[in-house]
Every structure is written in structure tokens, then in C-alpha cells.
Ligand binder design. Sequence first.
Ligand code: NAP
Length: 283
Amino acid sequence: MAETQLHDFPSLFSLDGKVAVVTGGSRGLGLSAASALLQAGAAKVFISSRKASTCESACAALNSLPNLRPGAVAVPVPADCATLDGVKHLVSQVSAQTEHVDILLANAGATWGEQFDSHPDAAFAKVMDLNVRGVFNLVREFAPLLARRASVEDPSRVLITASTAGLGIGTIGKQGTYGYSASKAAVIHLGRNLAVELGPRGIAVNSICPGFFPSKMSNGLLEMAGGVERMGKANPMRRLGRPEDIAGVVVYLASRAGAHVNGAAIEIDGGAMWSRGQLDVKL
Ligand SMILES: NC(=O)c1ccc[n+]([C@@H]2O[C@H](COP(=O)([O-])OP(=O)(O)OC[C@H]3O[C@@H](n4cnc5c(N)ncnc54)[C@H](OP(=O)(O)O)[C@@H]3O)[C@@H](O)[C@H]2O)c1
């Protein structure tokens, strides 16, 4: 029966030979995602963040993974994605080393926590510049490289690291993340617009929405919220996010398995978003 004849099922989640760019790839979620892309078969993964030394050490760690495809390589490309000049610099560094890009993970992000009454204009602008404007600049400037090999059968992919803070309310009060939460809501909607704009060019665009994952960015807030253990226990799945949780969704969306997913925003939070305000009443 036709329904049982899945075309080449063993390669459905493979990224064999793909070329990827990961911004904010030097640590945290971006580094986990880069590791997943390489271990799923990518041939070349460009690792970007502002600091050259951390890009280099991330690449050294990735290049020493034991199970990479022969010749697979992580390449450091430092750049500041909050400015158009920085994005153009990144594109020029990448174009000097590849003629096309299959996967762009726009993951670099910034946050700011401060109460409403004194929440600084400059902090709001900084967060918007990297988390929204920077992502738009990145996708626009990389579009020609993403389109070069893209096709209906094998579309290129843009993945945007958004957040569940862009789907529900982020943090309010003393450590209010008003700009961050608004920026993530904005970038999710930007992703939907780009999905419809770029789909016909063979480029699918999706957002991933992590909940809490321990990282340099989230550790301070996690501590203030009661710590990893307490926050983990409060999650419906009784734990916080792990590197493999990001890895799985990124590989799915970047591979043939995710080829018809476009304009989606996928939560990776153990269902925490839906349990907010839940009444713990024993009936
Ligand atoms: N961890 C969580 O709980 C969580 C939850 C939801 C969403 N997220 C999102 O996940 C993404 C990654 O966060 P993370 O938790 O992995 O944070 P992280 O460990 O602090 O990593 C942030 C990365 O972005 C880079 N970066 C920061 N500013 C940059 C800029 N202007 N240009 C280029 N790169 C820049 C950093 O390197 P440099 O400092 O060297 O530039 C670093 O590589 C962010 O978009 C964040 O909003 C995280």
C-alpha cells in the first residue's frame, strides 16, 4: 500500500552533508543545537557569537566529538548580530567559505530584568535590536545563500530561537522582562511572516520556544525563582529542559522529517506554559 512506502525512512532525520550557521553558537542552547546538527550528519557548521575566543573553544569541542561524519567541521565566525554591519560581516565571512547555506539557526539573544517603573529605554532597545531587528537582518542578508540550493523537495530552513515568554507572559515584578517577552512575541510573528514570504523560494521558517533551560542567560532568574530543583519540580514533566530536548526539535525541523512544517512555533517546555495559574485542588 502507498501509505506504507515511506521514502527512504532511514534518512528521514539525517542532515547528511548540510551546511549550517548557528548564531549564539558558542554556548548554551546554540552550542547544544550545533552539536546536534553535526552529529546528525552536517558537513559544516559555522559557529558565531561576539567573542572570537569562545567561538574558537566551542568549535574545538565540537570538532573533537567522536561520531562526526568524515570531514565534518565546525568553523568559528565571530560577529555582532545586533547591528547590520555585524550581520553583513558574518555573511561575508560565511560566503568566503561556502557557496550555500542549508540551515540558519538565529539563536543569539539577550534579556534584561528590571522592574516596570525603572525599566530602562536603552535595555528595551538593546533586547529588541538583537532579538527582533537582528533576526530580520540575518534572514534577509542570508536569503541568497539559503536560496542557492533550496528546492520544493529539499527546502532550506531558518530556525528562530524564540521563547515561551513570547507566547505567554514572561517575568513581571522586580525582575520584569517586558522588552524580552515583547521581543520574543514579535520574533515569533516575524517568523510567520517570513514563512509565507520565503516558502515559495524554498525556505521554511519556524520558531522554537524553549521554557527554562539552565544557561548563562537563565541561571540568575532561575536562582531568584527558587533554583533548578524547585523550578523543575513545578514543571508538569518534573524537570527543566536538557540539551537533548533542543537537539531533538532542531534536528526534526532541519531534516526531511520537518520539511513541510512552516510558520510554526514549537514549545519545548514540558507543558509549563499551560500549567501556569493551575489550581492544585484535590477533588
Ligand atoms: N535558557 C533558557 O532558559 C531560554 C529559554 C527561552 C529562550 N531562550 C533563548 O535561547 C537563546 C540562547 O540563549 P541561552 O540560554 O543559550 O543563552 P546564553 O548561554 O547566554 O547564550 C547566548 C549566546 O548568544 C551570544 N550573543 C549574545 N549577544 C550576541 C550578539 N549581539 N551577537 C551575536 N551573538 C550574541 C552569546 O555569545 P557572546 O556573548 O560571546 O556574544 C552566546 O553564544 C536566546 O535567544 C534566548 O532568548 C533561552
